[in-house]
Design a protein around this ligand. Structure first.
Ligand SMILES: Cc1ncc(COP(=O)(O)O)c(C=O)c1O
Length: 287
């Protein structure tokens, strides 16, 4: 295991000495943006898509974070290449900077990049319906802000109850996503996933799965789903940049329902892992 590589505002800093101000408003009020990116060797996977999403989020909220995309992208690639590991997790954090309420003057935002070891695995998981309800009408939904209490609590509550992760539902009782990933179900040769308007994040791997399904003639339908609709699935899996695809083997909707890891989830995981490890983007999948 190598030490994490940390950059703050374009300066490499020893991870033990990496510090930000106690006046940074991100610490007080969780005003900030982040991205979680997978990297292999010196390649940050889908970096442009991640930076596009971050910029779209910044614009949607109408906040200034005062970063330079070209420089951020260059430093991030240097940070990734500097870390000696093969498979790595990368985090970008844009902080708001010191609060005008406390220090006066203009805030000084920070751009933080962290690169650390990571392992890709096809891990079975148990899901339950989270008590943390979201409103799909909230403009912050779909933006990757550091205001992550809802997502974190859904995992915390699930783990307290012996599950791995919570399914986050919206004010209409529809599935939005889980606390750390998007969700798909396979049923009778078709794939289903909640539409983004249900309140989930526009996941980069979600987009990949939809594109791969289309390229392989597998119908993928964006459909509003209630937790009870998931019970009838042949398989369920969740997706994110750090996990790629994880199968669901247990789902609690009123009572406990059991599933087997299915062929679609496994095939998507294998295709994505091979693509990312080799840097060659192939689309064919033998389901
Ligand atoms: C709440 C939430 N939804 C979905 C995702 C999946 O997004 P992506 O595929 O871009 O990693 C994540 C990833 O961290 C997440 O935290």
């Amino acid at each position: 295991m190598a030490d994490p590589v940390v950059y703050i505002d374009e300066q490499r800093v020893n991870f033990r000495q990496a510090k930000i101000s106690v006046f940074d408003y991100t610490l007080h009020c969780a005003i900030g943006l982040f991205e979680s990116i997978l990297a292999v060797d010196d390649r940050a996977i889908h970096l442009d898509e991640h930076l596009n999403r971050m910029e779209a989020g910044r614009k949607r909220l109408g906040l200034k974070f005062n970063y330079n995309r070209r420089r951020l992208s260059r430093i991030l690639q240097t940070a990734v290449a500097t870390h000696p590991g093969r498979v790595k997790k990368v985090k970008i954090l844009l902080t708001y900077g010191h609060s005008p309420l406390w220090k006066g003057g203009r805030p000084k935002p920070k751009t933080i990049i962290i690169v650390d070891d990571h392992r890709l695995q096809f891990k079975k998981q148990k899901l339950m319906v989270s008590p943390m309800i979201i409103s799909s009408a909230n403009p912050m939904r779909g933006v990757k802000t550091v205001n992550f209490m809802t997502e974190w609590m859904s995992q915390h509550k699930a783990q307290e109850a012996g599950y791995d992760q919570g399914i986050i539902i919206n004010q209409r009782g529809q599935v939005a996503e889980t606390g750390s990933s998007n969700l798909f179900m396979g049923k009778k040769g078709k794939l289903y996933t909640p539409p983004l308007e249900a309140g989930g994040l526009p996941g980069i791997i979600r987009g990949e799965i939809i594109a791969l399904a289309a390229a392989n003639g597998l119908p993928c339908i964006e459909k509003k789903l209630k937790p009870k609709d998931l019970i009838a699935a042949d398989e369920i899996f969740t997706t994110s940049s750090f996990k790629l695809v994880w199968p669901v083997v247990q789902l609690k909707v009123e009572r406990v329902h059991k599933f087997q890891p299915g062929p679609l989830g496994r095939a998507f995981f294998d295709r994505l892992k091979t693509n990312f490890m080799t840097g060659e983007y192939k689309q064919e999948i033998d389901f």
